[in-house]
Structure formats: C-alpha cells, structure tokens
Design a protein. Sequence first.
Length: 441
Amino acid sequence: MSDQISIGERTMPQPLAARLRPETIDDIVGQEHLLGEGRVLRRIIEQDMVSSMIFWGPPGVGKTTLANVIANRTRARFINFSAVTSGIKDIRKVMQEADDNLRFGEKTIVFVDEIHRFNKAQQDAFLPFVEKGSIILIGATTENPSFEVNGALLSRCKVFVLKPLSEDSITGLLKRAIASPNGFGGQAVDISDEILHTLAAFANGDARTALSTLEMVILNGDFDGKTTTVTTETVEQCISKKSLLYDKSGEEHYNLISALHKSMRNSDPDAAVYWLARMLEAGEDPLYIARRVVRFASEDVGLADPRAMEMAVAAYQACHFIGMPECSVNLTQIVVYLSLAPKSNACDVAYMEARRDAIAQVAEPVPLHIRNGVTKLMKEIGYGKGYIYAHDTEDKLTAMSCLPESLMGKEYYRPTVQGLEGRFKERNEKIKEWKRQHKDD
C-alpha cells in the first residue's frame, strides 16, 4: 500500500485567526460600545431578538465573528451567504425556502458577507422577504452602507458601526493567542512586549492582520529545539516595513500628517509629496489622507481658489473607487495642486470666531423678522413682521440685519486679496456700503 496522501485527503491546518475565532460575546475583543454590559447589541443577541441589521466597519474588526456568535445562540435557521460567489438564482432559492419555513414557525437569519458587492438587482431580491418578515437579514460591509446598500433595504436595517480595535486590545489578543491551546499554548515562544506592541500597531485596528502576522513571525522565528525566539529582525523581514513602520494611532502618525499639512500650507509641493509617500508606503489608509486634504482645501485655501474643494472631494472619490496603490497618483495630484494654490484661512477664522460667540451666547434668540410665521398665532406675535424678500427688490439686496441684536454689526468673514478671494472681498465691500447707504430706508 502506498504511503502517499492525495491532495484531497490532506488536512490543511487552519490559520491562527480561524482557530481563535470567538464563539461567545465574552470572547470578542473590542466593540465595547456595542457589546459592553447593558449595551443594545449585546442585549439583542443574548435575548435572541435579532432583527435585520448591517455591520459596518473596516476589515478584521469582528463583523463575521459577530454573525457567528449570533448563529451559535439563535434558535432560528442560520444561512451564510457570500456576495462574491452567490447569484440571484441562489438568493431566490434560499428566500423561497425561508418563506416555506416561516409557515411552520421557523425563523431564518441570512448573513451576507460583503453585501456591498451585491448589485442593485441582487439586493432587490432580498427586499420583499425582509419586508414581510420571511428572513432576518444581517449584512457585513467595509463600505459606507449609505452609498453601497439600496435605500429601501437600508431603511429596514439597523446599522451598527464597528470600530478599529485599539492597540491595547490587539496586544491583549496576541498574548491570548500565544497562551491559548488553540494558538501557540503548546509551544515555548519567546517574544517581547515591545514586539507585540509593534505588531499591534502594524495591524492598524485589524485583528485578523495582527494574528496572521503573529503566526508568520513565530513560524519564521529562531528555533533551538525547545524555544522559538522572535527577534526584531524576524519581524522586519516578515512585514517589510523596517524604516517606514509607525504607529498609526500614536505620535508619529500625527507628526506625519502635520508635516504634510504644513508643507502644503507653505506652498512646498516637493516636501508635501515626500510626506505623502512616507504615509502611503507605511500603510496609511489613503482615505484618511484624502479626508485631511478635503479639510485643508477649505481651511487653508478657501475662496482664494473655490475649485480646490471640488478637486479635493474628487480626489477622495478617486481613492474610494480604485484604492491603493493606484490612487497614490490621485493624491499626489491634489497635494501638488493645493500646495501651489493661493492661500486664505478667512473661512476657518470666520467660523472659529462665530463659534466662540455661538457658545458664549447659546440662548441668543432668532430675531422675529427672520422667523417663519407659519401659524396665525405666530404671525400675531410678530413672526416674520418686517421681513423683506430680497428677490423682490431692484438690487436684490436689503439693509435688514439678520444677526441677533447683541451682535449687530459683527463681522466674521474678512476676505483676503489672495487669488479669487479678491473678487469676493470687492463684492463684500460693495454690499456693505450699499447697506450703509440704505440703512434708514
């Protein structure tokens, strides 16, 4: 008899992340805002009162794990669906079975991983069965469900937002993996707390990445016959981030985004592109950078170049559509554009000054003449009295003040002469002069 084992007979060991997948709520790391004692999602699961819901969060934060915990606790039939491999025929077949089972009093929970990958027609196939209660739909997505899930389906689901795991949570998870019988509990592993924190930082809130990386560094560690020792060199070889690795939730993360922001503000495209590359090559989320760039477009460019924000939002959308590494050039384009754009912080200054007054005088009433007199009583007590509709005037202007009396004459927006904002400054001054001349009209 041959000693060879066919490929079909081989049993491949499960990855560490699969071996350590939690089976109960208490095993889950992180998401205390949803699963802490007394929190709504925990109560729903413990009481088996699950309704249609969507788990939204980045990869590796526990969306599928939560679905498995629900599957372990529920008395309903639980069906796992993949948006990658399932078509409309598969959906309709399962939906019909769920419809039939409901007649016999059996609930059906359908879990759809990566629901954002389903097109509109596929999502629509679920809708009538969710509406009449044939199924309870649980979807998991890394994308904003407001954009990726049909409105009609979304309106029938409660959205739970899962957060990236903290570095401390991931470090604890790694220590548990080393001690657990399902992990490396049967081996002697020598790995420092510093290396564990490095792996936790590298994972960027993703438990699956953290466990996969831990497994890789231990399997590639130095084994002397008794103990596996993980060194810094082993970690650097496994993650290929020796010089660029940084803690994305710590000081260096903020130092680099600050360097990018200040380089653009200083109109230095070369420095801005360098700091951009530093972040992207260290594994920073391009959408995080794109969001900061959108903020910069208004905070530091503003109306000196009104197109800056349009282009920044377009860059964000490009990053969303194509991801890394292709979107690096989209970010480079907007970073260079903003670096060379004329600068004005007049909008930012205007808001911050108005914010201070709004907080200090939080109860300041809206002047009666610009309130809406929608009922007879409101009109009788003066709502809308004295209001002038600007479009009815020859110059499309009125001298009417819209600020509370205590802030009369206050100026928040003080435009610069940079770029196109010079035109806004000129227009603003002409409007104010007109109002001064017609104040007594």
